[in-house]
Design a protein around this ligand. Structure first.
Ligand code: PMT
Length: 409
């Protein structure tokens, strides 16, 4: 698991209650720790029937709390465990959370470390119910969940599927990436882009030749998805317009496209009045002039293709009545990187341009890494040596925040 800037040094209290899904919480605690969070686990007595505190201690490297009467570790703000755990915590996550624990919190009961801590804590609460389908859909459980939501807690909806009992229904704890995605959403709520709408495009467009063939390029969508995730981590509402088939970041609204024309139409629709547009997509400049209705048959001679020009989306955005407040373009260049990029910055009316040298073999298209120079409309230049696409996305989003929040690059 790569470090996640948003999680770095965040103190997350993870409450674990008695469910077979506790084994998934060990993975959650491990991944949060690997991502940079400080995870303090507290376990109910029932949770300890399934796994021991040692399992959590081993993956978090921190003390695990089980006893309301024991003192807190000296690294925490006070020695009183139920106060110390919540005090200064960034987030309280309860996963898995049983129907009994949900009922106790809804009622304000305080008879074990988890329920007392939840009452004492002033940080936001995220909870992930896990239980049999009948228990989850029971009106009493649903009423208690509604009570917690009305008090500001965030529900992570359980998945549908097969339970340990063999029955099928809704009540399974989601997998770790989903839990971490929801935790990121909760932590991002007060981020610099909170309340801002950012449109991000990703992937290479596909231009059909006949029903089975198309022209495309080597873009995987990784850089665009990393930008979308970084914008989400900064608290933005994100519309991701994509032709790629990667996992949509939790919280993003996905708009699926394929051709340059469909990308053009989606960009104009969704970016009208948006706070920013980030055009990471690798758009085909040309498409086959005609699309054969049947599969093109092989013949003895060569086959010539006639190509027609696709619209330039960024030039169309430049002319929009409700142009986004900030527009970021990318430039994929194999020669004269900075000169060509500077030309695109001016010609396409951009606020920021991210120039890629795509001649490099250790970064760029389809790689997990990129090497870029950010060119600002104000003449600024920021070179970023080979870094993960996530790290580059964070720098792009920092620049974006300056552009739309502070009004300068
Ligand atoms: O997807 P990955 O595998 O992670 O790779 C990332 C990437 C290399 C694709 C990405 O970092 C990148 O450079 N994207 C832009 C690729 C591109 O199309 O560059 P360009 O120089 O051809 O276009 C310049 C800008 O105009 C781009 O923002 C592009 O989205 C936009 N454009 C291009 C053509 C067109 N018809 N309309 C456009 O708006």
């Amino acid at each position: 698991m790569e470090p996640i800037a948003l999680l770095k040094d965040k103190r997350i209290v993870l409450g674990v209650t008695g469910s077979i899904a506790v084994y998934k919480a060990i993975d959650l605690a491990s991944k949060l720790t690997q991502a940079g969070a400080l995870v303090d686990v507290m376990m109910t007595e029932a949770a300890q029937q399934f796994v021991t505190p040692l399992a959590f201690q081993a993956v978090t490297g921190r003390a695990v709390y089980t006893d309301m009467w024991a003192s807190a570790d000296s690294a925490l703000p006070t020695h009183i465990a139920h106060v110390a755990l919540g005090e200064g915590a960034d987030l309280l996550v309860i996963a898995p959370m049983t129907a009994n624990s949900i009922a106790k919190l809804a009622q304000g009961l305080a008879d074990d470390l988890l329920s007392v801590t939840a009452l004492a804590a002033r940080c936001p609460l995220v909870f992930a119910p896990a239980m049999d389908g009948g228990m989850y859909s029971h009106p009493a459980t649903q009423a208690n969940i509604t009570t917690l939501i009305e008090r500001g807690a965030t529900l992570i909806e359980p998945d549908e599927g097969r339970f340990a009992s063999g029955l099928v229904g809704k009540g399974r704890l989601p997998d770790t990436p989903t839990l971490i995605g929801q935790i990121r959403r909760a932590l991002a709520r007060s981020g610099p882009l909170a309340g801002k709408r950012i449109v991000v495009t990703a992937g290479g467009t596909r231009e059909p030749l006949d029903p089975v063939r198309y022209l495309t390029n080597r873009s995987s969508g990784k850089q665009g998805y990393a930008v979308a995730q970084a914008a989400l981590d900064a608290g933005a509402e994100v519309v991701l317009i994509s032709s790629a088939s990667l996992q949509t970041p939790i919280g993003a609204q996905l708009v699926a496209v394929d051709t340059a024309q469909s990308l053009h139409d989606a960009v104009l629709e969704h970016s009208a009045g948006a706070d920013a547009l980030v055009m990471t997509a690798a758009v085909a400049d040309y498409r086959p002039a005609t699309q054969a209705q049947q599969k093109i048959k092989k013949s003895d001679g060569d086959l010539s293709l006639q190509l027609a020009r696709n619209p330039d989306i960024l030039l169309a955005v430049k002319e929009m009545a409700q142009r986004p407040k900030a527009v970021v373009g990318f430039a994929a260049e194999s020669e004269n990187l900075l000169a060509n990029a500077q030309d695109k910055l001016v010609r396409k009316g951009l606020d920021l341009l991210v120039a890629n040298d795509i001649s490099a073999t250790d970064a760029g298209f389809a790689s997990d890494y990129n090497r870029v120079t950010l060119l600002g409309r104000d003449g600024s230049q920021t070179a970023i040596d080979r870094s993960s696409k996530s790290a580059i996305a964070e720098v792009i989003v920092e620049h974006l925040s300056s552009l739309i929040v502070k009004g300068s690059a």
